[in-house]
Design a protein around this ligand. Structure first.
Ligand code: SAM
Length: 314
């Protein structure tokens, strides 16, 4: 391995992967240290890694973690809290609505409530099937780091020109692409996804890449207090950022280490950000999964040529 993975906090590490409770790790981090915190906390659904508790207890635990996160966040940094719904007796309770007051009380300012839309999940029979979750993006103040250019997406009409006035004949849209907006259509990691591990709810790496590229600079630290299979660390490292995170389940720590090792060796496969969402009609014209490596060896690029590829057996 060329990258340094440390089991406890060290400024010299490339990655800090703490096996244990995130509060223990958080307490060892300095004030104003990380540039971006991105995480998906347990949803209190009774998954194998969490004990379902009453909502008040759940919120109390989240308060302690979020308070520590606010402490370790740099003044120009960002917190992105990705959540879905808590379901109690078939009643849906949106966690972002429940958690928002915690951030507000800490004087964190909401910049976007990003809707992450995906196509797969449980099929409901007594309500519409849930097909989105949200990312609450907060900053400490209005002087925050945000870069649009690295995450622009292709314009709908790239060659559209001004048809009158002094700019007549020149491109009317930014040639680098448009703002991706606050509704992100990104496949979730289910059975056939190239990044799928045994974890029931991993982040797609591309979801985190967009946050890392727009909210941090190279060399910055990215924290995920509930790091699971290490998706946040992968997104940070393939873009030359450093990563710190905690995971309470030893099996997921093992998977995270394995994925990081694959990335280090240049054999980790991820779904590229620029790959279109599956379209049964135009499925042959798409961008295949890509292999990525760390330290600039095989950096993914957002504006690669769309390639034609044949599906296996096709
Ligand atoms: C929603 S999952 C996050 C998955 C992660 N985003 C990924 O891409 O793999 C939440 C994770 O938090 C872990 N977890 C739960 N309580 C924890 C705690 N107190 N400290 C650290 N990790 C915890 C769970 O084991 C689970 O892997």
């Amino acid at each position: 391995m060329t990258i340094q993975i440390s089991p406890r906090f060290s400024r010299n590490a490339d990655i800090v992967l703490y096996e244990g409770d995130c509060l223990e790790l958080l307490k060892t981090l300095p004030n104003n240290f990380v540039s971006l915190i991105v995480t998906s906390p347990p949803y209190n659904l009774g998954k194998e890694y969490e004990k379902k508790s009453d909502l008040t207890n759940y919120i109390k635990k989240q308060v302690s973690v979020i308070e520590q996160c606010a402490r370790v966040l740099k003044e120009n940094g960002s917190i992105c809290w990705q959540v879905g719904n808590f379901v109690d007796n078939c009643e849906v309770i949106p966690l972002d609505i429940i958690l928002y007051p915690i951030f507000h009380k800490l004087k964190l300012q909401l910049r976007n409530r990003i809707i992450w839309h995906f196509g797969h999940g449980l099929h409901a029979s007594k309500r519409f099937s849930g097909r989105y979750e949200t990312i609450l993006w907060f900053t400490k103040n209005s002087n925050y780091l945000f870069k649009l250019d690295p995450v622009r997406v292709p314009q709908k009409y790239p060659n559209k020109k001004h048809f009158k006035g002094p700019k007549r004949g020149t491109l009317s849209g930014n040639p680098l692409g448009k703002n991706p907006g606050d509704v992100w259509i990104i496949p979730n990691v289910k059975a056939n996804h190239v990044e799928k591990t045994s974890h029931p709810c991993q982040f797609p790496v591309e979801l985190i890449e967009r946050l890392v590229l727009s909210m941090t600079n190279e060399g910055d630290w990215v924290l995920d207090p509930y790091i699971g299979t290490g998706s946040t660390a992968i997104a940070a490292l393939i873009h030359n950022r450093k990563s710190v995170g905690a995971e309470i389940m030893p099996d997921y720590v093992k998977i995270a280490k394995h994925r990081l090792k694959q990335a280090d060796q240049g054999t980790l496969r991820i779904r590229p950000l620029e790959r279109m969402v599956y379209d049964p009609i135009g499925s042959a014209e798409n961008i295949p999964p890509k292999v990525v490596g760390l330290n600039g060896k095989l950096q993914p690029r957002l504006f690669e040529e769309r390639g034609k590829y044949k599906k296996r057996g096709g």
